[in-house]
Design a protein around this ligand. Structure first.
Ligand code: FAD
Ligand code: SF4
Ligand code: SF4
Length: 437
């Protein structure tokens, strides 16, 4: 283990998704120095991996990439990617964060992102960035518009053949790199650690991820994305163009058996969005959404839902109980209908998409004294009047780290968290008592 000297900033932003980047840019534009610490090898969070976004159907990567670039090029922002927070604690007037830089096995300072190593590497493994539908190499740049454009080796799959080191024009490959710990000090912190999806393995009734042609919503985002795996929508089992597709709502939310009693808020809208995009790419396909209630709560969202119905997308009120493999790669959907026909019904589809729920992206337990709520997301101590305040002085929360949220609300909350952090920083400079009551 190598240790580096400590670094000092006005603000630390934990998480480089859309909420973290927005908070960092807001603070940096006010002349505060900001460190963004991101666990992944690239900033951008989930949004950079989406196809288009509701309710405007803007291309997600076209609107996220400029934000990522603005943060990366901002003179007041320093980005630390591929880093884990080890601990966060108050040290006098500062917050001290111990950060572990995970080894990329590539010297970040030397790598010029030329991809020569990637072309030469003989190892092929499923690329999670493309929903597992494409292969990637053991050494690779994470994805085409990743920031930073720096390679990393996946140690688990590398066979140490030495080809990448041999072709690298800058001698950046270093198989002996070790984790490095460094301490980062800041006056204030914004937690923007986002969400993960409910694991498929938890849902026995939906096949635990083992039924061919039952995919997750994020995989459908990749199938629909401009730089997606096939450049068209094909079912993964046999490459067939699906004639009918079903979406299963609340597949991992509002489900006591999974310990997720809450609504994940975005799944109705993203399923409607995906169905709309599919009706463009597969105009002859039948598209059905099985739902308990449609929650289209935001500005313009109800109209979005009505537009989808007008486009011919079927909405069936009913809870899906089981999914089973059918013949020739189809999926049998068994559901309890709440429509006129009622009772248990069975339908068969070429492709089924699970609208999985949102779980917290990070658990602060054993890392710092941040409290979480009954839903395990970061607890907000004044949810009505100051919704970004946590139980720790000078630490604020934004985006899906505080609970399921869409992009609009994540951005609004990031602005509010940056404002609280800025107010805290200013009060500190003036020597005033600063935690808002
Ligand atoms: C399938 C799907 C489709 C969607 N479509 C839409 C849509 O069309 N429109 C819309 O408004 N919303 C949509 N959403 C919701 C949208 O993805 C979220 O609103 C948004 O990503 C929240 O941003 P965030 O920054 O809070 O979290 P995230 O995007 O999750 O970013 C959090 C970041 O923090 C990092 N991180 C986590 N823990 C740590 C740690 N300990 N240390 C350092 N870094 C850490 C993560 O790696 C990640 O980069 C969709 C969601 C899904 C699942
Ligand atoms: S590690 Fe070397 S070969 Fe690979 S992208 Fe970086 S500079 Fe190019
Ligand atoms: S040493 Fe590892 S990463 Fe490099 S080319 Fe060989 S298998 Fe790929």
């Amino acid at each position: 283990m190598v240790s580096q000297p400590s670094l000092r900033y006005d603000a630390l932003v934990l998480g480089g998704g859309i909420a973290g980047l927005e908070a960092a840019l807001n603070l940096a534009d006010q002349d505060f120095s900001v460190a963004v610490v991101e666990r992944d090898a690239s900033i951008g969070g989930k949004m950079i991996r989406l196809s288009k976004v509701f309710p405007t159907l803007d291309c997600s990567s076209c609107i996220t990439t400029p934000k990522m670039a603005a943060a990366a090029h901002h003179p007041n922002i320093t980005i630390h990617t591929y880093c884990e927070l080890h601990s966060l604690a108050r040290q006098g007037t500062d917050l001290a964060a111990v950060i572990r830089q995970k080894p990329r096995y590539v010297d970040e300072g030397k790598c010029i992102g030329c991809r020569q190593c990637e072309y030469q590497c003989p190892v092929l493994v499923p690329d999670a960035e493309q929903g597992g539908f494409l292969a990637r190499k053991a050494i690779r740049i994470p994805f085409s518009n990743a920031i930073p454009q720096k390679a990393l080796i996946d140690q688990e799959n590398c066979i140490l053949c030495g080809r990448c080191a041999k072709v690298c024009p800058t001698q950046a490959v270093n198989y002996f790199q070790e984790p490095e710990d460094f301490t980062l000090k800041a006056v204030t912190t914004v937690i923007a650690t986002g969400f993960e999806l409910t694991p498929l393995s938890n849902k026995t009734q939906y096949g635990k991820g083992k039924i061919p042609n039952v995919i997750m919503a994020l995989q459908m985002e990749r199938l629909l994305a401009p730089h997606g795996p096939y450049n068209r929508v094909l079912r993964p089992y046999d490459g067939m163009e699906p004639d009918n597709i079903a979406f299963i709502q609340c597949a991992g939310s509002r489900d006591q058996s999974l310990g997720v009693p809450y609504c994940s808020r975005v799944c109705c809208m993203y399923a409607i969005k995906q169905a709309m995009l599919l009706s463009g790419s597969l105009p002859l396909a039948d598209l059905t959404i099985y739902y308990m209630d449609i929650r289209a709560f935001g500005k313009g969202y109800e109209q979005f839902f009505q537009n989808a119905k007008a486009m011919g997308i079927n909405f069936v009120k009913g809870k899906v109980a089981y999914l089973d493999p059918g013949d020739h790669g189809t999926v049998r959907v068994r559901y309890e209908s709440q429509e006129a026909e009622g009772g248990v019904q069975v339908a068969e589809y070429d492709l089924v998409v699970l609208s999985l729920g949102m779980l917290p992206g990070w658990n602060p337990e054993d890392r710092c004294a941040l409290e979480t709520g009954a839903d395990n997301f970061i607890k907000t101590v004044k949810p009505k009047l100051a919704p970004t305040l946590t139980n720790l002085e000078g630490v604020f929360v934004a985006g899906a780290a505080a609970g399921p949220k869409d992009i609009v609300d994540s951005i609004v909350e990031a602005g509010a968290a940056a404002m609280e952090a800025s107010r805290y920083l200013t009060a500190r400079t003036l020597g005033a008592v600063s935690h808002r009551q």
